[in-house]
Design a protein around this ligand. Sequence first.
Ligand SMILES: NC(=O)C1=CN([C@@H]2O[C@H](COP(=O)(O)OP(=O)(O)OC[C@H]3O[C@@H](n4cnc5c(N)ncnc54)[C@H](O)[C@@H]3O)[C@@H](O)[C@H]2O)C=CC1
Ligand SMILES: O=C(O)C1=N[C@H](C(=O)O)C[C@H](O)C1
Length: 269
Amino acid sequence: MINVIIAGAAGRMGQRIGYMVSQHPELHYAAAFEATGSSAIGRDPGEMGGWGSAGVTIEEGLEAVIDKGDVIIDFTFHKATMGFAKIAAAHKTAMVIGTTGLSAENLEELKQLSTDFPCVQAPNMAVGVNVLFKLAAKTASILGDDYNIEIVELHHNKKKDAPSGTALKLAEMAASGVKRNLAEVGVYERNGIIGERSVEEIGVQTVRGGDIVGEHTIYFCGPGERIEITHRAHSRDNFAQGAAKAAAWIADKKPGLYTMFDVLGLQDL
Ligand SMILES: NC(=O)C1=CN([C@@H]2O[C@H](COP(=O)(O)OP(=O)(O)OC[C@H]3O[C@@H](n4cnc5c(N)ncnc54)[C@H](O)[C@@H]3O)[C@@H](O)[C@H]2O)C=CC1
Ligand SMILES: O=C(O)C1=N[C@H](C(=O)O)C[C@H](O)C1
């Protein structure tokens, strides 16, 4: 069995990942930890999540549990994630990172650290969204400059980062399809007399409200018609299943930085 350590085990994702790990035939829920001072420390994450005993109690910080597992699954907060990655690299423990809000500098640092440990990093671990990423690049490359590309994402009112990591990746995939650099053409807000839209820009807009799990639409707006491709998450379970699948996949891989395209075999599509 592959022993899994769950970071942020009391969080919205941490709880569902715990359940999926407990149900996975190759994975064992070996340890859980939370941030210093969390009221969840000492509690059973399974009982907190309402799915029975996980057989572990939540400990304080990664250092307390690092020797108990083969793979760390991290869905926490970007600042914490980079600290965990340094510890994982030093211990050569595999990692699955779903946390979003990582900066370009964070991702570059992660790439360097991953020469010492195997790591899957992806802003969205649902199968459907990873297919949508591929569709975005392909559709953009077929339609070209006659169709304006816009992305709208909707999430719950507790989400801390904007735009979502998924929306940014969608924009990056669409930009790659039309051979543009997202850093040059991404537009993240519009207000006032902004003038006509340029052909090149790729707009990314954010909606936050209620308990929306996650919804992403990419628009290709052309003359006389438009295409809209939408992914709607009905619950957090598809993300959590993807994280468990990634943990089982990464456990025996060589050091390096991998994505869900590698885990799902979508790399060459
Ligand atoms: N890649 C994917 O498929 C998905 C990614 N996410 C991302 O996962 C992250 C977490 O999302 P939620 O679960 O909704 O947030 P949440 O706020 O419910 O959970 C985060 C948990 O991490 C814990 N945490 C924060 N700092 C910590 C530290 N230093 N040590 C240990 N634990 C720490 C918090 O106490 C909390 O329990 C976000 O970045 C979100 O965007 C969410 C869903 C899917
Ligand atoms: O915070 C969330 O909830 C989600 N975050 C991810 C993102 O930022 O893309 C993925 C998913 O949409 C849910």
